[in-house]
Design a binder for this molecule. Sequence first.
Ligand SMILES: C[S@@+](CC[C@H](N)C(=O)[O-])C[C@H]1O[C@@H](n2cnc3c(N)ncnc32)[C@H](O)[C@@H]1O
Length: 393
Amino acid sequence: MSIFDGKLNIEVSSASGIEAVTKREITSLGYTPGGAEYGRILFEGDWTDVLRANMFLRTAGRVRVLIGTFDATDFDTLFDGTESVDWQDIIPLDGKILVTAKSVKSKLFALSSIQSIVKKAIVTKLCRVHNVNKLSESGAEYSIEASIINDTVRLTLDTSGAGLHKRGYRTWLGEAPIRETLASAIIQLSVWNPDRPLIDPFCGSGTIPIEAALIGLNIAPGIQREFSCEHFSNAPDLRGIVQEEAEQLVNRDREIRISGFDINPEAIKLALRHAEKAGVRDKIHLQVADMRNLSSRFSHGVIVTNPPYGERLMKEDELRELYRDFGKVFNSLDEWCAYVITSYMAFEKYFGKKATKTRKLYNSELECNLYQYLGKPPKMRFDEVYKNPRLLR
Ligand SMILES: C[S@@+](CC[C@H](N)C(=O)[O-])C[C@H]1O[C@@H](n2cnc3c(N)ncnc32)[C@H](O)[C@@H]1O
């Protein structure tokens, strides 16, 4: 049985610090995730589930499928183990074969050698089975990862293509944008739910308000992009089914109160273009404004933001002044909560308040803290809470 019509081990990668959110998302999709180890979470499913994971997971980096696993401490065993896989059932004769490698605590650690041995073994197998001397590699891309951890090799096939943070709406780059997957994870870690107002006072290119709107309107993150597995010639064409599921789940009628502000008019121009592309332009409020003038007629809202943080964006004394003023503005808001991600480690000192909770996260490679400030939850009628216990968070 080929991988395209049987049960599969599906591997979802997730950035350090947000694995618990990804796991929760996998559970909400109806699967049973295993433990999170080495930045990946495993669950079982079939090819439809591979597409659903690509389509619906907001915090996943990419989705891979396990092709083979074996122990190897030398290159001969690596070659033989790789060659023993039935690659002809997965990669067509003209498939373009890309190999990446990863090694942790293993005897085989030279990544470029691992890559070339694995590629050679796949090519050898395909040439032998098809009785040819050479592969044209002119067709669709098949990206294989050889990950060796504690001398155990795992060969996986990437099904995402471009990283899943690339939703398709952010086609122009702003100053120091936050990854879409991380923005979504922070929103999901927060107490925000679509019934509460959300403000990003330093919204830059709009990532946080847009990701919140996608959650609020139940728009799948993958709804307007493609995945590399759609081009696999041996795979069943299930995109239509999964696309229909995603489209049926969208709820554009939902009232959401999401705003983004930035002092830089160019950033807001960009944010508006991104919101337009994401299909949420008419659902969020984006405006040029200095954070120092922020106020809200609502109580119990949630600030989720990624303020300027370093030398490149601002001098340190200006940054401290900005954080001081941000602290004062926050204090003037009625029972709001705040979630602030920054790599500036003395943030609390200048903001003037110790965080209720701090969590270490990475914005790409940059180590950051998420400072979480909790206000009193809104009072709710019993019937509201009864219908939707999540409102209590
Ligand atoms: C780290 S960037 C935010 C990036 C954003 N999360 C994104 O994904 O594009 C910080 C933003 O703060 C804005 N900023 C700096 N000082 C500000 C102020 N006083 N009021 C509002 N925005 C400000 C900058 O223009 C910049 O766009």
